[in-house]
Each structure stands twice: as C-alpha cells, then as structure tokens.
Design a protein around this ligand. Sequence first.
Ligand code: F6R
Length: 603
Amino acid sequence: MCGIIGYTTKKNNSVDVAIAGLKNLEYRGYDSSGIAFNSNEGLTIVKSAGKISNLEEKLSKLSTASNCAIAHTRWATHGEPNETNAHPHRVGKITLVHNGIIENYASLKKELQEKNYEFKTETDTEVATAYIDYCYSLTNNKLQAIVDACKKFRGSYAFNIIYEDEPTTIYATRKDSPLVVGYSDVGNFAASDISAILNYTNRYSLIDEGEFIKITNSVVTFYNKDLQEISSEVKTATWDATQYQKNGFDHFMLKEINEQPKVIQDIFNRYYTNCTYSDIDFSAFDKIHIVACGSAMHAALVGKYLLQTYAKIPAMVEIASEYRYIEELITPKTLLIVVSQSGETADTIAALRLAKEKGAYVIGIVNAVGSTISREVDKCIYTYAGPEIAVATTKGYSSQVAVFSTLALNAMEQKNLLTDEETNNIKNELLNIKDKIDYTLAQANTYLDIANDIYSHNDLFFIGRGIDSAVCMEGSLKLKEISYMHSESYSAGELKHGTISLIEEGTPVIAIATDNSLFEKTVSNVKETKARGSYSIFVTTDEHKDYNFDEFADKTIILPKTNDFAQPILTAIALQSVAYETAKLRNCDIDKPRNLAKSVTVE
Ligand code: F6R
C-alpha cells in the first residue's frame, strides 16, 4: 500500500505539485505522510502523523520554494504510524520514499549494524535506505548502487530516491508495487498511480520490473539491470482529472454508487454489441478456480453461482491468500479467473503467478487499466468502471458481477444451453437494466429510514440463500468497514446451527429473498429470528409486493425483479446505500475508513 510521488521541475513549485498529487494517492494509505524537498538550505524533510492535511499545516509555516520533491502517504506495515516511522527516510547520502515491504529487512539490518550503521526507526524502509547508501559507498555509482541493493531486497518495492549530491534528480525503480513515470513540459514525475499526475500531464510510461529510471526536469532515461539504456513506450491517459473529483456529491462513495447505472449498462451493451470472449474455449478446461480478496471475492461467489447453475461448469472460489495451499489442484486444464479492481492486490498477483507456473490459463477481471494483473494474465477483461476513489468498493464490485454474468452467458451460448427465446429475453432485460438500477437508487428515503433504525445497534446479521447468500456477504462487509458496526453474514439455513443464540430483543436482521424458488424457505428463517426478538428488514422483489410481510418484517425493501444475471447488482446497490446512510449517521469517515487502504499491495 502507501502512495509515493516524486517531481523534479524547471519551476520552484515541486512541493505544491507533490502535495496535490499525494492527495490523489491518499486512498492508498492515510495514517501518516511526509515530503523531502530540495532548496537553498539543502534537502528538507517534513513529516506528520495522520492525514495529509496535518503535513500541509506544517508546510504552511515554512518556505517551500523547491525544484524537486519526493513525498509519501503511508499505510503502516512495520512500526506504528508516528512521525518517526513516516517516510521519507534518510541515511547517509540517500533520502527515499518506499511503497512495499522489504521482507528480509531484519537480516539486512543486522548486516548493516555490523558495518556501524545505526537506525532510528522500526521500519524496513530505513534499512533499505541504508543498504543503498552502503552500496553507493562501495561503487560510487548511483544507478549501480540501486541495482546492487535491489538484488539483495526480498519483497516488494517502488522507490523514489534522491542522492544528497544530486538533489534535483530522482531515481526510481519497482518490483511488485506500482510506479509510473509522467512527462510534462516543465518537469517529470514518478508516482504510484496516474491519478497523482493527471492534473499536470496525461503522458506517462509504465515501469516494468527490473527497470531503473533516472529522472531530471527535462530528461527521463530508462535502464535495464545491466544499466544499458532502453526505450519505453509513452502512453496517453484517456481519463480526465474530473473523474477524480466528487463533482457535487458529499462523498466519493456516494458518487460511485450513483455511477453504477451507467457502468453496468455499458458492460452489458459492450457484451451484446461486441462479445470479446470468442477466444475463450470453456470446453478446454475441466474446472474453474476463481480467486480474489475481499469484495472481489464476494463478486467471485456470485460468479461461481452463475457459472455452476446456468453454464453447468464446476467452479470453486478461493481467497487469494489461501490459494497456494491448494496448489496440487492447479493443472494445465484449470481455468483461473482472478478478480481485482485495482489490479495490484499482492495476494491475487501471487495466486495468478502460481497458477501460471502450473500451466493454468488465467483470465483477469480488472478495473485499473495497465495494472500489474492486467498485464500478467493471459486474457484481461476490463470492467471500465473508471477510477474508484472511496476505499470501500461499490461500482468496482458490481461491475465485476456484471462481467461474471456475461462470462456465464457466453459459456451457456457456447454449450448451446439457451434457446433463441431465452437469449432474447435475457438480452432485452440486460440491455435495459439501467432503468431498474435507477429505480433502485431512487429509494434513497427507504435506505435512510432503515439506517435510522439500525445505526445505534452494535451487531447485525445478514441472511439469505443461494445467490442472495453471496450478496449478503458483500452487504455485511460494506456495513462493517465503513460504519464500524459489527455485522455477520450467514446462509439463512445455517443461522439456527449456532449463531441464532446471538439474536436477542431488537437485534437487526437483514434477510434477502430475491430468488422465487427460495422465497418461502427464507421467510421461514426470518420468522425463526423474529420469534427470538429480531428487528427484521426484509429485502425482496416487486413480484412479492402483495405478500403479507407484517407477521415477520419490521421494514421492507422492494426491488425491481430482474433475472439472476442482474438481480445481485440491484440487491448490492440497496445494501451499499443502507451502509452509506448508516455510516453517515454514525459520523464515520466514509471515504477513508480507519485502518484501511484502497490498494493492498502487501501479502
Ligand atoms: C472492500 C474492498 C476490499 C477489496 C479487496 C480487493 O470494500 O474494497 O475488500 O475488494 O481489497 O481489492 P482489489 O479488487 O483491488 O483486488
């Protein structure tokens, strides 16, 4: 995690530009931040615990005219998030910022201590800084010192490095953590993500692993590990900076919830006008593994349901960090689908690399264009949901579900499992889904009303069966991560095997029953909780609007009925909205919940 940016310029505004860029990277971590900048007095380092606004406060009291700066926003891994442990770190002639983890830092630290290096912080990054300084003392060659040190580092890193005796040049390299170079007429950048530099330029290059970059205010030079100059493709970003702004919404999360009608409609339109899956031969595989983390894993559970139930293909979902423990199940006949909004999640990357080693074919469902996962998979299916800034995913999740729907439909078509009439019905429904999503969003008062009922409770349960059970898991995660309210998700039939003992007078239970064939059974399960005092919120579709809910439901959410390829999206949007309103009533920091980061680039 962590975000880094470096900027070297012909002007004297590197601090302002670096801080503005850093704010766009705050989603990557926000427990402390810091900056090093060059000025007439030499290299100044300013750090602060907490959000970037605290750092700005400190900087406002200093003279910050500078032509080169490197800055960092942190999600702590080693050492608490205080000022001492914040980046940049400086040892000897080296000052640097780092995103990633140096896993073997303890042994390197010992080696350096024997060479009389002393350490002030608990971080792995200070050790990396010292190691580069040590290598520089041996070679007196700046790039060579970085190459030599990187050979020793195990783990992940993206570095922006400044040498004391060349303070307007930034050296950069990466392994398993993202980093891009940006070019403008007045200066050049190296940043974790294009969003940090889009206000200044849309010209950028991706940095491949094993490349070492020297960046001055006029020239950027790429080298391979043998320090031969190499070329790099300059790309033009098509996103515009307004996509990174709230555009009138109170929070990014609310903005992103409201972007879903278009994002989802676009995916279904794209699929029906130009199906790009013709190169996937589902009959070539004996099984599908779907691997992801967090919400992406919840989208995978919906995908598994669709692939198994409709396309009749056995599918298994595994949490990415657990995938290596079942490696004997991965063969050349395995289709692995990895799912990731950021395309940078370390556990998911490790899983895809393992599967490729084992000869599996790997498809990625990815949002971030050009990300590591998108580049390493055999086939990338982009969700094209646009930048997602709120740490809690919304459109990222629903767009992944929509792509799974299109994959399942494609597999059904390949296997001739659909009649023409069925195809037409599904197509008509999905090509007009925007109206039903709009209708779902328009029930904002219902979501606020329910939030008012639940926000003062400590515990809440989600229950559902079949595909609803998968959506319950996402609803529960959304609520707990942004409102800090404890919640659990259970298959409706499972509650009575233990957990029902937690239900007491007033405990909120959100029960979801959108699948007609499972409706009665879920109703029975809600009644079981009601009999024990639960406050029941029942989520179903307008096909049941005349049902007598009074005997078991205190509140209802009635969603438009659609098919299983889109219903989970409508349900998830309703649950996202309840979570959002609840977090707001609890005065939580909705876009940046405590302890989290958007891009989880450590295992
Ligand atoms: C929750 C959330 C996380 C991510 C997970 C995977 O709202 O956003 O659970 O879904 O960290 O991230 P990606 O999809 O970037 O691999």
